[in-house]
Design a protein around this ligand. Structure first.
Ligand code: FAD
Ligand code: NAP
Length: 335
């Protein structure tokens, strides 16, 4: 059991925030994880690629960096294959691995940072696809007992950028392996206009899953800040959901308000549009800022602290509530 003391977390979070963990260990196997849990060091924080967290101070307990690797096909027939990936497997490398085998389902989720084990936590999604569309099951260890438990899709209660692991089971299980069912006859999902437009620009008349992945990568690279250059954790807030009455009311004042229908009569409003409309796009205070191409992404221009980023987020929340009567909720996990 190799537990390090006073470990800097700056290179372990994509915001690039300076903070320390009192205790830190990399977890390479289920057995090592069980042994680390037996040490009973609290509070416990589980870290994947650190691409969806904001560190607002030093951490007093134990940080477990998930590094369980490996990927394999566990089941296959003429139509589909089930793959199993260790929780620490790099997400985009997993997407590449499936594309190399012509297995469809992850192409729209190309270039999302982070690990396979974190993907179910918020049911990662992009360009009209979500993890739950291909999810088969996962294995997780119960923190309190070290027991290994299997969760099916129904058990995970997946929702829009949500799962049971962000809700009632928050902090109680550590995901160790994820199983995904991928298709050998993929149905492409091209409902997002900019994805279809980009494929056309690329000259892909009959796109393959590899073409879709390339198009997604191209759009993302043109629009989103690269965390290796500018610290960020992707979308800072979730897109809010409102009802039809509130939409009608807002449309009277903002006729150009983009909106998308969700199940059960709910309507999704792009948080980035609200933030841009409120004038925050490109705003900077010290080294904390709102990205100049995508207002939903808060950035660390160099030496911002987590508290400074959080302060900016609070100011944005207040302004959106005043202007639109909508309370934005962070999508990023605040530590
Ligand atoms: P971390 O940030 O390390 O952890 C996130 C949360 O999951 C924490 O609460 C952590 O405790 C928990 N966790 C991590 N691993 C485990 C585990 N094995 N068991 C239990 N709990 C665990 N997200 C999207 O949904 N769609 C996108 O398109 C998208 N684009 C992004 C683009 C950029 C540039 C960036 C920086 C982020 C983006 N994100 C996106 C957010 C982020 O990449 C995803 O949420 C990703 O799944 C987080 O993975 P991670 O390994 O970095 O998790
Ligand atoms: P975009 O394409 O400019 O669209 C803006 C918003 O409108 C998105 O949030 C998206 O919702 C919604 N939208 C657009 N077309 C839609 C359609 N046909 N049907 C339903 N909803 C639609 O967004 P973007 O910022 O460039 O991001 C592109 C994709 O990558 C999005 O899916 C986004 O979620 C994802 N992304 C996520 C993160 C993250 O950290 N979570 C970071 C970067 C990009 P959805 O967000 O629900 O798709």
């Amino acid at each position: 059991m190799n537990i390090r003391s006073q470990q800097s977390l700056q290179s372990y979070n994509t915001f690039g925030i300076k903070a320390f963990a009192a205790r830190f260990a990399e977890v390479h196997s289920v057995e090592a994880l069980r042994e680390l849990l037996r040490a009973n060091i609290t509070p416990l924080q589980v870290l994947g690629g650190g691409s969806n967290i904001l560190l607002t101070g030093d951490l007093s307990g134990l940080v477990l960096k998930m590094a369980i690797g490996g990927v394999e096909i566990t089941e296959e027939d003429d139509r589909s294959a089930v793959i199993a990936a260790g929780a620490g497997f790099h997400w985009h490398r997993l997407v590449e691995w499936t594309l190399d085998r012509n297995l469809g389902g992850l192409e729209n989720l190309s270039l999302i940072p982070g690990t396979a084990g974190a993907a179910p936590i918020q049911n990662i999604g992009a360009y009209g696809a979500e993890l739950k569309d291909v999810f088969e099951k996962l294995e997780a260890m119960e923190v309190a007992t070290g027991r290994q438990v299997v969760f099916t899709s129904a058990d995970c209660l997946f929702g829009y950028r949500h799962s049971i692991f962000k809700g009632e089971l928050s902090g109680r299980y550590i995901i160790t392996k994820v199983y995904l069912r991928l298709s050998k006859q993929p149905q492409l999902r091209l409902s997002y206009t900019n994805l279809a437009d980009t494929l056309r620009e690329m000259g892909a008349a009959q796109p393959t899953i590899r073409d879709v992945s390339r198009a997604v990568i191209r759009i993302r690279q043109s629009k989103l800040p690269d965390p290796a250059v500018t610290g960020n954790a992707g979308s800072f807030f979730r897109n809010p959901e409102i009802g039809e009455d509130q939409l009608a009311d807002l449309m009277k004042r903002h006729g150009d308000l983009p909106h998308y229908a969700l199940p059960e009569g709910r309507i999704k409003i792009p948080a980035g549009w609200l933030i841009e409309k409120a004038g925050w796009k490109g705003y900077r205070v010290g080294d904390a800022g709102c990205h100049e191409r995508q207002a939903l992404v808060l950035v660390n221009h160099g030496h911002a602290s987590g508290k400074e980023i959080l302060q900016l987020a609070r100011r944005i929340q207040i302004s959106i509530a005043e202007l639109f009567g909508i309370t934005l909720q962070p999508e990023v996990n605040i530590w």
